[in-house]
Design a protein around this ligand. Structure first.
Ligand code: NDP
Length: 246
């Protein structure tokens, strides 16, 4: 199904999990996809596979915690494909911990990647979208953007903020630019690897992450939002495994 009509879509955090699945699905549906992440060896393999399958893909190194790097990423999309239609702000990490344990460096990291990374993405792409008279932000948040559980307070804080910023952005940008928030529940990926406490990591993998969605379930939601006509703004999609209560 080639319904993306050559749209140029840049995906942050495309080297694994949900970002990789989004890139694969959109390329298979006719988008020209720009992949960004720090692990460029993985991006190179992914871009080669997508191209061999008849898709169109380019990749570049990206650290979303650098405003300059985000700007260069958006600029790279323009150089390679002449425009940018969609920015998927997907990069994120979830090092769960109790606040009491004071893993302050991990709090900083979540704020830098999950929150400031999204803001830098907006800062980089908004002028391009405004000049083009069209564009679409897809921000990947989490069910933690509306539900707080113990050990996820700071992670939730970053995702609540992404949800708030997404809706504020939607209200301000006017009719030419679309804003979609996609909030996944437990999904197959490498997300739990960042949990530094071994007991919490085991618990996250064995309990919370027992009934996992395939990452492509989130990619399908993203493809749906992008594939709607330009005057249809799909604002929020929450996708959980059917078995997930919270
Ligand atoms: P993964 O750990 O598999 O993927 C995270 C991606 O983010 C990787 O590609 C990683 O690439 C990238 N990333 C991390 N830090 C940076 C950085 N500084 N600059 C650029 N890229 C970075 O996890 P998921 O696929 O699950 O995570 C994707 C998003 O989905 C996150 O925002 C997460 O919060 C959200 N989410 C995931 C859920 C789940 O259950 N899986 C549930 C709810 C939300 P690299 O290391 O190569 O830079």
């Amino acid at each position: 199904m080639q319904d993306m009509n050559g749209k140029v879509v840049a995906v942050t955090g495309a080297s694994s999990g949900i970002g990789e699945a989004i890139a694969r699905r959109l390329a298979a549906r006719g988008a020209r996809v720009v992949l960004g992440a720090r692990r460029t060896d993985r991006l190179e393999r992914l871009a080669a596979e997508m191209t061999a399958a008849g898709g169109s893909a380019a990749f570049t190194s990206l650290d979303v915690t650098s405003r300059e790097a985000m700007q260069a990423f958006v600029g790279f999309a323009g150089e390679r494909f002449g425009r940018l239609d969609v920015l998927v702000n997907n990069a994120g990490l979830m090092p769960l911990s109790l606040i009491h344990d004071l893993k302050v460096a991990e709090w900083d990291r979540m704020i830098d990647v999950n929150l400031k990374g999204v803001l830098y993405g907006i800062a980089a792409a908004l002028p391009v979208f405004s000049a083009q008279g069209s564009g679409h932000f897809v921000n990947i948040s989490s069910v933690a953007d509306r539900r707080i559980v113990s050990t996820a307070a700071v992670y939730s804080g970053t995702k609540y903020a992404v949800r708030a910023i997404s809706d504020g952005l939607r209200q301000e940008v006017g009719p030419a630019i679309r804003v979609t928030l996609v909030a996944p529940g437990a999904t197959e990926s490498e997300l739990a690897n960042a949990i530094s406490d071994p007991a919490l990591r085991r618990a996250a993998i064995e309990d919370y992450r027992r009934d996992l969605l395939p990452a492509d379930a989130i990619a399908r939601a993203v493809a749906y939002a992008i594939g709607e006509p330009g005057d249809v703004d799909v604002n929020e999609i929450v996708v959980r495994p059917t078995a997930q209560v919270y």
